[in-house]
Ligand binder design. Structure first.
Ligand SMILES: [Fe+2]
Ligand SMILES: [Fe+2]
Length: 235
């Protein structure tokens, strides 16, 4: 029976065994912006439940061994391949979903203003901030950071590396800011629980917000714990 190492960072655990994300999400363990924290540290607030969470993680990890499952080791891929994967999956999903949610959050605000005006106004406002920040963030990665990284991979130019390190610092700060806005949205929507009188559109909005949060966490994990880690270890 394989045991998860409590000294491993949560980012490392997720990179090695991606299905542990489901357990992390369930217990609201921040494996993306907080990916550099050790499992030991993130389990501390859970006190007596920590053991049970660790066992759940072990069960997920052992399934990989039982099924002889080979997990894609991103750290063996080139930086360019990782970037292209991020663009094709997470950036595309984020762009499409932000666009759809922009209409939906406005629509439910208008239709349900009489019964849920307070929370829907807060949701509309906070989602607006999130959308503005995330769109700018995607453009900066696509136009600045990612092309620089691809160039660095080709040339190994150390001057480029310095500029990249600077960009990474700003990018990680923006990831933290997006994580905070998602936490606010979780509070406003009571963890994406629609009210009893919610219509189809209301439910769809909450489902999509929930999906966007989960995909964003995974996206940030790919950048912070895989792509940026590889760059910081590149000489
Ligand atoms: Fe990104
Ligand atoms: Fe990012």
């Amino acid at each position: 029976m394989r045991q998860v190492d409590r000294q491993s960072t949560v980012g490392e655990i997720v990179a090695k065994y991606p299905r542990t994300i489901q357990v992390m999400n369930r217990y609201k363990i921040d494996y993306c912006c907080g990916g550099k924290d050790s499992l030991e540290k993130v389990l501390q607030p859970w006190k007596e439940e920590a053991r049970a969470i660790e066992e759940e993680l072990n069960r997920v990890i052992n399934k990989y061994t039982e099924n002889n499952e080979v997990v894609k080791n991103w750290k063996e891929e080139s930086l360019t391949q990782i970037i292209d994967y991020i663009l094709e999956t997470h950036h595309r999903f984020m762009n499409d979903t932000l666009c759809e949610l922009n209409e939906l959050t406005y629509k439910i605000l208008k239709v349900h203003f009489a019964s849920h005006g307070d929370s829907l106004l807060r949701l509309h406002h906070t989602f607006g901030l999130l959308k503005t920040e995330l769109e700018a963030h995607l453009v900066k990665e696509e136009e600045n950071l990612f092309p620089l990284i691809k160039e660095f991979e080709k040339t190994n130019d150390q001057n480029l590396k310095q500029r990249i390190d600077q960009f990474i610092q700003n990018t990680e700060n923006e990831h933290d800011a997006a994580g905070d806005l998602f936490k606010e949205i979780e509070i406003i929507t009571e963890d994406y629980t629609p009210p009893h009188d919610a219509c189809f559109t209301y439910k769809r909005t909450f489902e999509l917000l929930d999906a966007l949060e989960k995909d964003t966490f995974n996206h940030i994990h790919m950048e912070n714990s895989i792509l940026f880690e590889l760059i910081s270890s590149a000489r």
